[in-house]
Design a protein around this ligand. Structure first.
Ligand SMILES: CC(C)(COP(=O)(O)OP(=O)(O)OC[C@H]1O[C@@H](n2cnc3c(N)ncnc32)[C@H](O)[C@@H]1OP(=O)(O)O)[C@@H](O)C(=O)NCCC(=O)NCCS
Length: 258
């Protein structure tokens, strides 16, 4: 029996549901239960994923999307049908469902899902500890002012600033639904080390009505949210931990974060 455990999604709020996938037990009972929630298409995609750890993350992310979104739109998890925009951004179909915007992200060891009733959203999380050629990637993908800023940083400051720009950029291109088909050097984030100061479109086709939030999920994963809306500035962002008992057991509420 499903129990209602999503807090009310009021206007101008964003809820971020998240979980450490590397800390969840691969309990066969849950794996089996989650498997049954998947559509035939999702089951096919699951079967095509070779690495067991990637398969588990895919299964968990679908289970999280279905159990959480079903509560917001007041439907059964297995009845939710997903489509995608022209660039692959998942959306709920049919369109007459209560309007819920959402976006999913996963990075080594964690998944997160942003949901809003009124604002379009994009979310990205990254594992800050992963080894990356910061300057080479920045020179290749970031805008010139961002790459130039990073050239002046070393060590931890370079790492923090790089992942801040990366997650902000990805959150934006995911928010607008274009993914990496959108040129990453057409817009720029100005930082104070890793804290956002300003978002600057560098081309006239870049939307200007987006606002951003940065957050730390845990000691390993940091992320960014892109939020579109008239009142995006005042949006209240709340974080909740999803677990395998979600919908049938108590849910850990956490509330607001930095
Ligand atoms: C959408 C995209 C941006 C995904 O980025 P990512 O960092 O690999 O992955 P994330 O975990 O944050 O997001 C993946 C999820 O976003 C969603 N998504 C897919 N296409 C999307 C789009 N066009 N817009 C928004 N969201 C999208 C899906 O739910 C996807 O989950 P799934 O793969 O389990 O179906 C993609 O275009 C991509 O390929 N990114 C590669 C990252 C990279 O190389 N960055 C360069 C340095 S800046």
């Amino acid at each position: 029996m499903l129990r209602r455990c999503c807090p009310p999604l009021v206007e101008d709020a964003v809820h971020v549901w998240h979980q450490r996938t590397d800390r969840l037990d691969q309990d066969p009972a849950f794996v089996d239960a989650f498997h049954k929630l998947l559509s035939p298409g999702e089951q096919t995609r699951l079967a095509q994923i070779r690495r067991p750890s990637d398969r588990f993350v895919y299964l968990l992310s679908r289970a999280m999307m279905r159990t959480v979104l079903a509560q917001y739109v007041d439907s059964a998890c297995e009845n939710l049908a997903f489509g995608a925009n022209d660039f692959g951004k998942p959306i709920l179909t049919p369109s007459e469902r209560p309007a819920v915007h959402f976006n999913l992200t996963h990075s080594r060891g964690a998944i997160a899902l942003a949901v809003s009733a009124t604002c379009e959203v994009g979310i990205d999380i990254e594992d800050r500890h992963r080894a990356v050629e910061f300057r080479a990637l920045a020179d290749r993908f970031f805008s010139e002012p961002e790459a130039c800023y990073l050239r002046g940083l070393e060590g931890e400051r370079l790492r923090d600033a790089f992942f801040a720009i990366w997650t902000l950029k990805e959150a934006f291109v995911k928010g607008i639904g274009r993914g990496l088909s959108f040129p990453l050097d057409a817009f720029c984030f100005d930082l104070d080390v890793h804290r956002l100061i300003a978002f600057r479109p560098l081309a006239d086709y870049v939307a200007t009505d987006w606002r951003f939030r940065q957050f730390e999920l845990d000691d390993q994963h940091s992320g960014a949210l892109a939020i579109r809306g008239r009142h995006a500035e005042e949006v209240c962002v709340q974080f909740y931990e999803w677990d395998a008992h979600f919908g049938t057991d108590a849910t850990t509420g956490e509330g607001e974060r930095s």
